[in-house]
Design a protein around this ligand. Sequence first.
Ligand SMILES: [Zn+2]
Length: 87
Amino acid sequence: MLAYRAPRLVAVDPRHASQTCAACGQAHAASRRSQASFECVACGHADHADLNAARKIRRRGLALLRGKGRSHSATPTIREMDRRLAA
Ligand SMILES: [Zn+2]
C-alpha cells in the first residue's frame, strides 16, 4: 500500500527578500547589485540574487512552521526544499 502525504504550503511574506541577506539578515537595497547579483553590504555574503531570495523566503517559511510547533525536518516538503536548495 502506498501512502501519500500532501505537501504543506505556507504563505510567506516575500517583501524585501531580494534585498535581504540570507546569511546575516541585513536588509539594504545596495546589496542587490544587479538583477542577478547579490552582495551583502554588511557581511560580504555573495550569491545569485534569486538563490539568496529563495533562501531567505525558505527561512521565513521555516520560522512560520517552527512557530506552529512542528519539527521542520520531519516534513517531506521541507526535506525536498532542503534537497533542491543544496543542489
Ligand atoms: Zn549579510
